[in-house]
Write a protein that binds this ligand. Structure first.
Ligand code: SF4
Length: 398
């Protein structure tokens, strides 16, 4: 497969540059000419799809080859969508044969592909025998956003979210996270590029910290998807220690699922608030944004009829955010089976938006997309072999 993320096709592209020297790599390394690569003894194939630059360099060192191979492999896999080592023509034949024997490029398997009337696409992906996740592509004028899942289910139990009703099974691996991007870009083809990624699908990304970070590094790597930090957004319900840890290692864009302007209501709607209340969460947001004064955190606020959508709630929200560099994204609630909530009326949403905007906060209302294929925000379910018994479970982080 070749999804030609960059300009032109493989033939048009120059050889990959060495990440350190920025020079084209030599293909006649000692290891290649002598056909001697260090054997690994675990008998398992290494899924190269899940290796970021550093891990890929370490891998090539571990088999006695040069770390510059990492940049070449990343380009073949992520920019050109190639999953056949034999097609990687700027690698010597002995190395290609070695990789074919010891490695694989294995994305999640598509078990269902749906196209909504408004062009939204949803893929159901099998990640193991018992579990499926969902990934959604939202096309817009001049951009294409992929909503990516980070866990199989979610343990955090927000009552307005259909993912929560599935319970929780496990974290996704790096290959399963970046594999959603790989699969989606392959399915979309060269004409429709993924320009933005939002980690807003199934799961709480900060509770799968290391794998999410490695996957976002691949999203932003010059030799992979080459997305800027403004185009990769991590959405969290507010795992404060992990948010501080994130600030140490990443500068992706940040979105926070707030959904309530006070702790009493948020304790109910976003139960992790009982552990990390609003004051602590917003302080952590400011610390994160503090790295760059031009940045704002996106505050997500789902509007639930009669629950959090009154003018008083809007005024409280505006007051709460007065000193937080932020913009507000209002999300009309998308119903799912057995949900106890209803969506606020258009008038209520407009009034809420106006109040927050009048306080000087940039406020947008998210368009509901893909609702006819259950691909709208908060509707992703997949199939989860639930280990949590739906009990509220917080995983230790940081
Ligand atoms: S809204 Fe997010 S954090 Fe809350 S249950 Fe759903 S996926 Fe988990």
């Amino acid at each position: 497969m070749n999804f030609a993320l960059g300009p032109g096709n493989v033939e048009d592209l120059p050889p990959a540059l060495d990440a350190t020297t920025r020079q084209p790599p030599q293909t006649d390394s000692v290891a290649e000419t002598e056909s001697v690569f260090r054997e690994r003894d675990d008998g398992l194939k290494t899924n190269l799809l899940g290796l970021n630059r550093k891990a890929m360099e370490d891998y090539f060192r571990s088999i006695g080859d040069k770390p510059f191979r990492a940049a070449q492999l990343l380009q073949w896999i992520h920019q050109r969508g190639i999953d056949d080592f034999a097609a990687m023509t700027n690698l010597g034949k002995p190395l290609r044969a070695y990789l074919a024997e010891h490695c694989e490029i294995r994305p999640p398997e598509i078990v269902q592909s749906q196209l909504a009337a408004d062009g939204v696409r949803k893929w159901v992906l099998q990640v193991d025998a018992n579990n499926r996740i969902e990934t959604v592509f939202i096309p817009e004028e001049g951009r294409g956003t992929l909503c990516v899942s980070s866990q199989v289910g979610c343990a955090l139990g927000c009552p307005f979210c259909s993912t929560a009703q599935q319970g929780f099974n496990r974290n996704l691996s790096v290959a399963e996270i970046i594999g959603q991007l790989w699969v989606a870009q392959r399915e979309l083809g060269a004409e429709r590029r993924i320009t933005n990624v939002v980690l807003m699908g199934m799961g709480e990304p900060l509770l799968n910290f290391d794998n999410v970070i490695a996957a976002t590094e691949l999203m932003m790597d010059d030799f992979s998807y080459c997305l800027s930090k403004r185009r990769v957004t991590l959405s969290t319900s507010g795992v404060v220690p992990a948010l501080d840890r994130l600030a140490q290692v990443s500068d992706v864009s940040l979105a926070v699922s707030l959904h309530a302007p006070d702790d009493t209501l948020r304790d109910e709607l976003v139960p992790i608030n009982r552990k990390y209340p609003i004051k602590e969460l917003l302080a952590a947001c400011k610390r994160y944004i503090g790295k760059d004064a031009r940045r704002k955190v996106t505050i997500e606020y789902v509007l639930l009829e009669g629950i959090n959508d009154s003018p008083a709630h809007a005024r409280a929200l505006a007051k709460l955010l007065a000193n937080v560099p932020s913009k507000v994204n209002l999300i009309p609630f998308n119903p799912f089976p057995n949900s106890r909530y209803r969506c606020s009326s258009l008038e209520t949403i407009a009034r809420f938006s106006e109040i927050v905007q009048l306080a000087g906060i940039i406020t947008t209302t998210r368009k509901t997309r893909g609702v006819d294929i259950d691909a709208a925000c908060g509707q992703l379910v997949g199939r989860v072999s639930d280990k949590s018994k739906r009990h509220f479970r917080l995983q230790a982080t940081a």
